[in-house]
Design a protein around this ligand. Sequence first.
Ligand code: AHR
Length: 494
Amino acid sequence: MGNNVIINADVAKGTINKNIYGHFAEHLGRGIYEGIWVGEDSSIPNTNGVRNDVLEALKNINIPVLRWPGGCFADEYHWKDGIGPKENRKRMINTHWGGVVEDNSFGTHEFMMLCEMLGAEPYICGNVGSGTVQEMSEWVEYMTFEGESPMANWRRENGQEEPWKLKYFGVGNENWGCGGNMRPEYYADLYRRYQTYVRNYGDNRIYKIAGGANVDDYNWTEVLMKNAHWMMDGLSLHYYTIPKEWADKGPATGFPEDEWFTTLKKALHMDTLITKHGTIMDKYDPDKRVGMIIDEWGTWFNPEPGTNPGFLYQQNTIRDALVAGIHFNIFHTHADRVQMANIAQTINVLQAMMLTEGEKMILTPTYHVFDMFKVHHDATLLAVDGQSSDYELGGESIPQTSVSASKDADGKVHISLCNLDHQNGADIDVELRGIDLGAATISGKILTAETMDAHNTFEQPENVKPVEFNGVETNGQSVKVSLPPMSVVVLAVE
Ligand code: AHR
């Protein structure tokens, strides 16, 4: 079987919400501290405490939304510890992640400032597991109430006169696990109660996100939708790509070829999960009003040897780039239900965009995929049909290629293509309907590498980076795209 694709440039399938290119930054390891926040007095160049190199890199990929403060940290976080004069803020132990001191120097004001600097929507995750309804309700009041009230007055005393705009609010995180080990029935009731006090003040409208299922816990989705769908705007889903098992996930570099294969096979599983959870959501919400919010996804490998295992620091290779490309193509295809996704996590944690070492910062292969794919933000999803060759290893088989396409506001068509095969190139015949190819120009970028674990280091920061792609041959209304092994390509047709 060959690789054949038909793209219907005049058949619109909906809009790709740019929020699927969202991020997640938790108080975990060097994710916030050092990764983003170095403080005003740092020798690392910064703007109001936020490191400049990271700021510029994130701006370049048009990060649309940022989830904070966790993760598991969110259900242990008490927001009042992180406001007011820094010298008075509580110093505590981050019990969940590495047992290090959390000095609360990055709190609500710093996070909101960061989002403003980035032009990103804040997505705050509230504490259900160890917090009270009052605490959650007061946080929302503190951030968004414009009138006279104890919380709004306190915000003003702390230097923020105007209320912030806050759109996305999560009512707990992983409440089946670190967020309280609850049964879905119990959490559904708590969700109903807590969200009641997540109020809309003035013209601020909060999009409420209920804590969703772990991987294939379809019963969780069923119970939440059945008991609370009309009280939520979004329902989350968490799924990490882990090559082996939980206790020994496999290394981020120096892995054997079967781990390349299983990693990509597991990345493709996201499609099944969205379809099955989506089918349950359809039962209660056939109009797809409730968004599926995949607010934690990405690779999870063994931590880098010699680092604090509680910091979840891992290298990032061309394999991660493929995982990202596969996920985005899947999210695009489910644009009718998937309204946001937040990669875990932005910097120095799990599948990061950037890694830092003191004042040095490098971009990872995953960063480059976010950069290449940003052309799909808020674009119109196009109908794509076709078939893929098989990619076989050890008696198992997965599709060799993954493709999606969109049309932007200027009528430019972008096609993103991945070749998952670590050994063989893939020739894809792409028939483009609804465009006069004779009058069009095609350009492209490619991210690829010679070895399965090619990555960037502080010594060689540009080992893996996108370059111009020349593997396109036009023939009438079709193009032949020749993808080398292990590659991610984005084409622009205009
Ligand atoms: O991203 C790391 C952790 O993974 C998050 O804190 C938690 O929500 C998930 O289990």
